[in-house]
Write a protein that binds this ligand. Structure first.
Ligand SMILES: Nc1ncnc2c1ncn2[C@@H]1O[C@H](COP(=O)(O)OP(=O)(O)O)[C@@H](O)[C@H]1O
Ligand SMILES: Cc1ncsc1CCOP(=O)(O)O
Ligand SMILES: [Mg+2]
Length: 263
């Protein structure tokens, strides 16, 4: 797998997939920029009148429930239904799972359309599996990634999907998959929307790479390495956000392979 990751990054740049995003008000701009920086082409669209047509012309779909309301949830369900029907890859970001019953009901309904991937932090993944050992605290995690592995395995099996638990260690879990990535920087938790941006970037990779476990691994490796390299030279969260975008765009094969920590 390790030898294929850079090839996958180049494939995304070369094919520039159109990625349909229904995401939250906080991160819309950041995630569109992250997609552009990795070479993909983002479109944000949620109007009921066009949402299924949009899913149909895109190569993948990203659904992020971060600032959900009744209108947007209907948009998300319509798009997910279309993606499922057309066998298009799609990713669910269950932002704030466990925080409110409304979020939990919405996630359950979306899971009915079988996402190709679910990406969340440890608290969110544990909430999906109804593991209440560490109570959730809104959108930020109160648990370590490895505490969510059992939950991720349960979800992967129940919904026949792949699960990416993000955090200090990013862990990709599937029926026959268990990959650990040890890149990133703690400063990344001080910029809003970096988890959401990593979800969007996975959306670009699953659009064009057949092996979905490798697609997720390449996307998360690229994102966390770009964050790690940016954190080395930035002055704080503000410049980290800008330098992360630059690094997603400029990263070289040598920087990637020298920084990658995978097992
Ligand atoms: N403590 C940490 N140390 C190093 N990198 C981290 C840490 N926490 C998060 N990251 C990086 O930030 C990315 C976003 O993950 P995370 O903060 O878990 O998402 P969310 O914003 O959804 O909670 C991770 O994939 C990882 O690269
Ligand atoms: C702060 C906030 N509130 C609702 S969505 C959102 C953004 C969460 O982004 P991330 O999960 O990537 O930190
Ligand atoms: Mg998140």
């Amino acid at each position: 797998m390790e030898n294929n990751l850079w090839k996958h990054i180049k494939t995304v740049r070369a094919q520039s997939p159109l990625v349909h995003n229904i995401t939250n008000f906080v991160v819309m701009n950041n995630t569109a920029n992250a997609l552009l920086a990795v070479g993909a082409s983002p479109i944000m669209a949620h109007a009921h009148a066009e949402v299924q047509d949009m899913t149909s012309i895109c190569s993948s779909l990203v659904v992020n429930i971060g600032t959900l309301d009744e209108y947007w949830v209907k948009s998300m369900l319509m798009a997910a239904e279309k993606a499922h029907h057309l066998h298009k890859p799609w990713i669910l970001d269950p932002v704030g799972a466990g925080a409110t019953p409304y979020r939990n009901h919405t996630i359950s309904a979306l899971l009915g359309y079988k996402p190709t991937v679910i990406r969340g932090n440890a608290s969110e993944i544990m909430a999906l599996a109804k593991d209440n050992t560490t109570p959730t605290k809104g959108v930020d995690s109160t648990a370590e990634s490895n505490e969510a592995i059992v939950a991720a395995k349960m979800i992967a099996k129940e919904y026949d999907t792949l699960v990416c638990i993000s955090g200090k260690t990013d862990i990709i879990v599937g029926k026959d998959t268990l990959v650990y990535l040890n890149n990133g920087d703690a400063l990344m938790t001080k910029v809003t929307g970096l988890g959401c941006s990593s979800t969007a970037v996975i959306g670009a990779f699953i659009a064009v790479i057949e092996n979905k476990a490798e697609a997720i691994t390449a996307a998360m490796a690229l994102f966390s390495i770009a964050g790690e390299l940016a954190a080395r030279q930035c002055a704080g969260p503000g410049s980290l956000q800008v330098q992360l975008l630059d690094k997603l765009h400029n990263i070289t094969e040598q920087e990637f392979s020298e920084t990658l920590k995978i097992s």
